[in-house]
Design a protein around this ligand. Structure first.
Ligand SMILES: [Zn+2]
Ligand SMILES: [Zn+2]
Length: 152
């Protein structure tokens, strides 16, 4: 895919079939300990950094998507299974990529931890980074009230 813009960050899946670029510096770098992020990654948490949807593009191949709820899509490589992205369906929401799939994950240190109500108690790292429970704010509660989960 041709794009005249210069990427600020690039990444891709383990087998190389799917590649992406962010055309703005990744923002709101975070981990989410919620049960949906644990299941979706098969890990102890998801690590995600995002950009405006207009500042993101798939540059090689195309991911498959799973709608993990009525509000969000999670992208992954259909060939190798690497979890690649998370985004709420609203146009203004950021498009997040998994920090571990970035070519330079060290460039985006996390600034917040979400979903701390589900943090596995022996997961001890980045303890100086502030944490927030899912639905902690009134805005978040209203948003999640309309959500139907597709998680088994
Ligand atoms: Zn792959
Ligand atoms: Zn989560």
């Amino acid at each position: 895919m041709d794009d005249a813009r210069t990427p600020k960050a690039t990444g891709g899946c383990q087998c190389g079939a799917v590649r992406y670029a962010l055309y703005a510096p990744p923002e709101n770098s975070h981990v989410c300990h919620c049960r949906m992020c644990q299941r979706a990654t098969g890990g102890l948490f998801a690590a995600l950094a995002g950009a405006k949807k207009a500042d993101f593009a798939w540059t090689k191949g195309a991911p498959a998507f799973f709608a993990s709820s009525s509000l969000a899509q999670r992208g992954f490589c259909a060939a190798c299974g690497t979890p690649l992205s998370f985004a709420y369906d609203t146009p203004e929401a950021r498009f997040y990529v998994t920090i571990g799939s970035l070519d330079a994950p060290d460039a985006v240190p996390i600034v917040i931890q979400y979903g701390i109500e589900s943090r596995v108690p022996w997961v001890k790292f980045c303890e100086d980074v502030p944490g927030e429970e899912t639905g902690a704010s009134a805005d978040a509660q209203a948003f999640f009230a309309a959500m139907r989960t597709h998680q088994a």
